[in-house]
Design a protein around this ligand. Sequence first.
Ligand code: GLU
Length: 308
Amino acid sequence: MKQQKTRLAPSPTGALHVGNLYAFLVNWAIARQRNWSVSLRIEDIDGPRKKKGASEELIKVLTWAGIDWDGDITYQSATCTEMNTTLTKLKKLDAIYHCNLTRKEIEDSLSAPHVYPSETSPIYRPDNVRLHNATTPMGQTNWRFVASTHPVSVHDEFLGTVSFTTANDFVLWSKNDMPSYQLAVVHDDHHQGITEVVRGNDLLQSAAWQRQLYSALNWVEPRWYHIPLILGIDGKRLAKRHGDSRIAYYVDNGVPIERIIGLIATWTNTRSTLSAMTTREFLKEFDFTTLPKHDILFTAEANKWLHE
Ligand code: GLU
């Protein structure tokens, strides 16, 4: 059997916070327990949101946390040319069309509610994709994928089968001549032989879109594992207003890594009470089957414990 392989795929768009570290640690621990290979791919194609020095910083943090990987670090921006070849392939398959419309214009073009009665996502579809691509002037344009108008289900190894009714013709290539996340991630996962995708459940719906790309390209899709998110005390995504939860901030304030790992251990039901723990101990004790199904709150008590 082909060796199973996962990837840590951070975007260098800001400093790594404790919620990001939790996701990497879980991904890494599952992989090391099951003998999967682990690769580190820096997803640095999001130009405007990319932060200077963030790649170096996240490598430092992973290393500090004792998370290792196999082989060289790869950078997504290095494969943009190949991604364009994949886009051309999809064009030949009539699976994409160029589209100059804005989101608003697409929404307005939805004046035929009987066509997609239950959909709220923007969809605009030329009647004949091939003819449209051959004859409509292009200009600077987005390329959209001809998405399924039927529900698409994802079989998730952790959450079971989840179905999405989405008719969103999502963008694969943007008018500023860059691949979108959806194309880039599928392209690189396929070419890097990734067989297991472990990531936050905020990307579960993306799996429904990504599956369609795998299928159009006749590529084998990976197994999916969408794990709970770490949320601020108000149940919203961890953000600055919840206080500083950047790993760099803890390092600067002398919080030992063992405390952070110990906190992650309670989040993952690895331990029932807060206690300092090494990454090695976490690896030994972690059990993927006990991970909670619901999102996890970063409580004030947990934050206080980190600083004791
Ligand atoms: N680079 C993405 C992120 O940091 C992760 C993409 C993925 O795991 O598919 O959110």
